[in-house]
Design a protein. Structure first.
Length: 414
């Protein structure tokens, strides 16, 4: 492991151990984990970090499960998020107007929260600030990748300002439509749901007490997730043909439609900040690695937001890949060689396949209003709710505390 270095003679070539393409929450998380362990890491991001750090509230937030919080904590980034994080203490799942429900109570697992909600801008700001304090991290922001070449010994990334970055390993963290993945010829299985996701934040009269609600409605799940103060994040799944009309409503009209689904248990509500909408679908790469290249996060897999697990399984990717890279370097092995990267692929692809199948199945099961199906799933919710050992297992799984956990997810340094 060595520091990022530029060869002498005025060359615009940087050399490092790992180059991360994409400086969103996932790419920055990987860089924080690697650089914190002494791995020379360069992040390439087309946005400007100063703009991200100073950005105002925009209504987007992420659920961070307990296992994911441990990853961020161990890599030194959580301290910048903690003051603005809201604990999720309980989760209550209901099916439409049914009186049967499933209730996850934090006290059943020792009293700690099940997870936290943090605004996306806070997550990115904390990660950028963490990287600024690490000698082994360099963030090249405001620059775009124009080419990636992989040969026997190196991956070399060319940028639009003429800079080149060379490393034994390049990591694609550039999102669901990853140009890096496509350029490498890594194929995917992908389909769209006839649903659109709508995301916004609301202020409400009464406190939420740290309780997350998920209502299964005929169009899809409607989640109310606790944020700091009397605020909640809304993740609303709607029929694709109706969503554009909802997004086109004025503030009062949108709030009225929202209230029909939200209910009045928290009193009057007000939408604060912008609204966002995006098509929903599933994507899974057939392979996560090639020589000198690995995929993480949405570049490798994207799922329905029904369980709020997208960022969480991406952080499991981060923790696993960081461990593989660090172990390879410490043993004097090549971190970009296929034999090293296949360990990461074996570790993460099965786990992610299971989560993708579960979220896809749950969405199909609950996004309909057929009476026999509705009865069966209501009985299922009630059965789990009344089976303490089964419910505790499901809770631990949702918290990211089940399976072959990487060291970072166990609270152990790399």
């Amino acid at each position: 492991m060595s520091a990022v270095k530029a060869p002498a003679g005025g060359s615009r070539l940087l050399e490092c151990d790992v180059v991360v393409i994409g400086g969103g929450m996932v790419g920055l998380s990987l860089a924080a984990a690697l650089a914190g362990a002494g791995v020379a890491t360069v992040v390439i991001e087309p946005e400007v970090s100063a703009v991200v750090v100073s950005a105002d509230f925009d209504g987007r937030a992420s659920a961070i499960a307990t296992g994911s919080k441990i990853v961020l904590e161990t890599s030194g980034a959580w301290r910048g998020m903690q003051p603005d994080a809201e604990a999720i203490r309980d989760i209550r799942v209901t099916d439409g107007a049914s009186r049967l429900f499933l209730h996850y109570d934090h006290r059943e697992l020792g009293g700690g929260p099940l997870g936290h909600m943090v605004e996306n801008r806070i997550i990115r700001r904390a990660l950028i600030e963490r990287l600024a304090g690490l000698d082994d991290a360099v963030v090249l922001d405001g620059r775009r990748v124009t080419a990636l070449e992989r040969d026997g010994a190196w991956a070399e990334v060319s940028l639009d300002d003429g800079t080149r970055v060379r490393a034994p390993l390049a990591v694609a963290a550039d999102g669901r439509n990853s140009p890096t993945r496509r350029g490498a010829g890594l194929t995917v299985t992908e389909w769209r749901y006839s649903q659109t996701g709508i995301v916004c934040t609301v202020a409400h009269e009464r406190p939420h007490d740290g309780v997350a609600q998920e209502h299964f409605l005929p169009a899809g799940p409607f989640a109310i997730l606790p944020m700091t103060g009397n605020r909640s994040s809304i993740v609303w799944t709607e029929h694709a043909e109706l969503a554009p009309r909802l997004m086109a409503l004025d503030g009062d009209g949108f709030a009225e439609e929202l209230m029909l689904r939200f209910g009045d248990y928290l009193g009057a509500i007000e939408v604060i900040g912008p609204r966002f909408s995006f098509p929903l679908g599933l994507l899974h790469a057939h392979g996560y690695v090639k020589p000198r290249l690995a995929l993480i996060g949405d570049a490798a897999h994207a799922m329905h937001p029904i369980a709020g697990q997208g960022f969480n399984i991406a952080l499991r990717d981060v923790a696993a890949l960081a461990e593989v890279v660090v172990d390879s370097l410490r043993l004097g092995l090549d971190p970009g060689a296929l034999v090293s990267l296949e360990r990461y692929q074996r570790w993460r692809r099965f786990d992610n396949s299971v989560m993708l199948a579960v979220t896809d199945g749950l969405n199909r099961l609950f996004s309909n209003d057929l009476a026999p199906v509705r009865l069966a799933r209501d009985i299922g919710l009630a059965a789990v709710n009344n089976a303490p050992s089964v419910k505790r297992l499901f809770m631990r799984h949702a918290m990211g505390l089940v399976g072959e956990l990487p060291r970072l997810a166990r609270g152990e340094p790399l």
